[in-house]
Write a protein that binds this ligand. Structure first.
Ligand code: HEM
Length: 417
């Protein structure tokens, strides 16, 4: 049924639940947009995340990695335990500011940088995370968030102004050295025609003729920031926890890294060749799925697997529950990267492993997320041993809500190697 909805019958389920018709600004973000507008945005933005573009972003990620290792070293001095969610949170914040906006921030050591202050404001909802993201991905939470602003007004204003000034600066610049997402979106922008969505009508071909409007560049830049932060830092946090709990796995991973990379720096081209690393990351994503659910809406009356589905019905896929179903994952609470070994991988039933969703509307940032996460794990495992500490919560209590995060932080010791 999941395959039918996400892939085979995608044309009947192209949209996510809509709840923000009144909030025009976010309607231009690819995860909120619907119908032909979504198709246009997705087609235009997808090349931004191609393997070639990710390869070009590697130097930006490497600079953030240097800061991650330095911060980890400083924080773990005198054998103190380190709160991993905020350590990795600072790293993913640095990466998205740099790969998204071309702005270098050291969010751990310069927490007062205006970009960092406002990004934190934008993300710290009274609930459990960025409301706009939660509301579009997890419609069942909408009733809690309907009447509160989607984002702190001052943070939204800050990002609109900051993004506008980046766009202006880039248009006046003769340099073609910029490799960040904003630049790639600006390149997809056709200045001669800046008609609004309403003016071009709802036809894909007419959208295509006009390129991206300023509002679309702005809304998507902001959405990338929100979508990239908590998800990737949660993947890194739980990987470090599972490695600390499973020293044999950590040793095997370190051996693979030493063996395959030697002294080479991690980069897009070499981290994807590390088979055991991929097995560890996949098993972490199964057990601690950062975005535990995602949704689609039926755009017409339809029938799937003999079940009548009326137009407008929201369907939520609870990936997290599928990932613990013993029918598909024997002994599901056991951390076992071997499930994803080349020999065992083929036995995984299609559509039972969904950390990035599936089908044409899956996660657009998957490649960026895996690139930065794998590069970070390689460098951390090379430099430190993750060890549980007296204040490590085992098992970690999870925060309520759609995004999987440790409720009370994640404290581990980092033994310098
Ligand atoms: C480990 C990190 C990440 C995880 C686990 C994750 C997971 C997901 C999931 C489950 C979805 C819904 C897919 C579906 O409905 O089929 C999604 C959508 C999306 N993600 Fe991610 N994500 C991650 C990182 C990122 C990053 C780094 C970016 C951007 C820079 C990003 C941008 C988006 C966007 C824009 C969508 C909406 C796509 C659309 O509606 O067309 N994500 N993500």
């Amino acid at each position: 049924m999941i395959k039918q909805i996400l892939v085979k019958r995608f044309s009947d389920f192209t949209d996510r639940p809509q709840s923000f018709q009144d909030r025009k600004f976010f309607d231009s973000a690819v995860n909120v947009a619907s119908g032909e507008h979504w198709k246009f945005l997705r087609t235009t933005l997808s090349p931004t995340f191609s393997s070639g573009k990710m390869r070009n972003m590697t130097p930006l990620i490497s600079r953030c990695l240097e800061r991650l290792i330095e911060n980890a070293r400083n924080n773990s001095e005198n054998g103190k335990s380190v709160e991993m969610k905020s350590l990795f949170g600072s790293f993913t914040m640095d990466v998205i500011c740099s790969t998204g906006f071309g702005i270098e921030v050291d969010s751990q050591r310069k927490p007062n940088h205006p970009f960092v202050v406002n990004a934190r404001k934008a993300m710290s909802a009274n609930l459990v995370g960025p409301r706009i993201l939660l509301a579009t991905m997890f419609p069942d939470l909408r009733r809690f968030i309907r009447n509160i602003p989607l984002m702190d007004k001052s943070a939204l204003d800050f990002f609109i102004e900051a993004t506008k000034s980046v766009i202006k600066e880039r248009r006046n610049s003769t340099s073609n050295n910029y490799r960040d997402l904003i630049q790639l979106m600006i390149n997809a922008h056709k200045e001669q025609d800046t008609k609004t969505e309403e003016q071009v009508g709802l036809n894909f071909d007419s959208y295509k003729k006009r390129g991206l409007t300023d509002n679309e560049v702005l809304a998507n830049a902001l959405m990338f920031l929100l979508a990239a932060f908590d998800t990737t830092s949660s993947l890194l946090t739980f990987t470090s926890y599972l490695l600390a709990m499973n020293q044999d796995v950590q040793d095997k991973l370190r051996l693979e890294i030493d063996d395959k990379l030697g002294t080479n720096e991690p980069c897009y081209d070499n981290v994807f060749k590390l088979q055991y690393l991929d097995m560890v990351v996949s098993e972490t994503l199964r057990m601690y799925t950062p975005a535990s659910r995602f949704s689609r809406t039926a755009i017409m009356d339809t029938e799937v697997c003999g079940i009548k589905i009326p137009k407008g019905l929201d369907i939520t896929v609870v990936a997290n529950a599928i990932h613990f179903d013993p029918e598909f994952w024997p002994n599901p609470h056991k951390f076992d990267p071997e499930r994803f070994s080349p020999e065992n991988k083929d036995n995984i039933k299609p559509f039972t492993f969904l950390p990035f969703g599936a089908g044409p509307r899956n996660c657009i940032g998957k490649r960026l997320a895996l690139t930065e996460a794998k590069m970070a794990i390689v460098d951390m495992v090379r430099n430190f041993r993750f060890i549980t500490a007296p204040d490590t919560e085992i098992p970690p209590k999870l925060q309520k809500g759609g995004l999987t995060k440790p409720a009370n932080g994640m404290y581990l010791k980092l033994e310098a190697l």
